[in-house]
Design a protein around this ligand. Structure first.
Ligand SMILES: [Zn+2]
Length: 261
């Protein structure tokens, strides 16, 4: 029997899961995905993720505000996140980070919130889930400033799409690198070349459901069961058996998030 997998990043509060979440979770179980972390993007979805984790044994939750959502949040949203962080089964802070692709939130405000998430994570000894889109240099700069002041922080670069220089900088600070469906895409050879160099003890897998389903289910709504396809792709890239890849990424997820998968 294959070692269980952990989907370390899924937006299960998304309305696309409203009708059939029990079946989605059943398919995940059948595929060997024994735990999934429901990732928040706003104060409201932080509460939703906590509620999902309370309702389903295999789910855990993050709390935080995704950079593109910061500007639209109410003035008391951050206070809500801070209040929710001690709820049962909260295992991560985020997703947070920096995004220069969209312009929904002024960059200085994104930096402010990224810094707040790092402080909150250190205070509660929780892992930080980092979103980085077209802002690699700034993300590494902020992480390095934090690292130089406070030492390593428990964190993962989620749905990593950067180059090896970025990966190397993050690995040097003790971060994990998580790959999502994009690494399976035909045109993503450069990303697979980066993945091939990530040490097995720092590697994580995720779906980022419902977005960007991996090959061979590309184009469908993504769901936690499909993390198997990303894991299989990475096993091929790393020239390992899927069982070895699963065993190691699950051990990493347990260590980073402190969960019993
Ligand atoms: Zn996400």
């Amino acid at each position: 029997m294959l070692s269980p997998l952990v989907d370390t990043h899924a937006h299960l509060d998304d309305e696309r899961f409203q009708a059939d979440l029990p079946q989605v979770l059943e398919r995940a179980r059948a595929a060997g995905v024994l735990s999934t972390i429901a990732i928040a993007t706003t104060a409201a979805t932080s509460a939703s993720c906590i509620a999902l984790a309370a309702a389903h044994a295999e789910l855990f939750a993050s709390v935080g505000i995704q950079p593109n959502h910061v500007a639209q949040e109410a003035a008391d949203a951050w206070d809500s996140v801070v209040r929710l962080v001690t709820s049962p089964k909260v295992v991560a802070i985020g997703e947070t980070g920096l995004d220069r692709h969209w312009h929904d939130t002024p960059f200085a405000q994104q930096e402010d919130y990224f810094a707040r998430h790092l402080v909150l994570a250190r205070k509660h000894k929780l892992a930080v889930v980092i979103h980085c889109r077209e802002a690699e240099a700034d993300t590494v700069r902020m992480l390095r400033e934090d690292f130089d002041k406070h030492g390593p922080v428990k964190a993962v670069m989620h749905s990593f799409t950067g180059d090896w220089t970025t990966a190397e900088s993050c690995l040097a600070m003790g971060l994990y690198i998580s790959f999502a469906g994009m690494v399976t895409y035909k045109n993503a050879q450069a990303l697979r070349d980066v993945a091939a160099k990530v040490p097995l003890e720092r590697l994580l897998v995720e779906t980022d459901s419902p977005y960007l389903a991996p090959v061979p289910v590309r184009g469908k709504r993504n769901e936690p069961a499909y993390v198997v396809h990303t894991a299989a792709c990475l096993a091929g890239v790393l020239r390992l058996g899927l069982d070895v890849l699963a065993e190691n990424t699950t051990r990493n997820a347990r260590g980073l998030f402190g969960i019993q998968a």
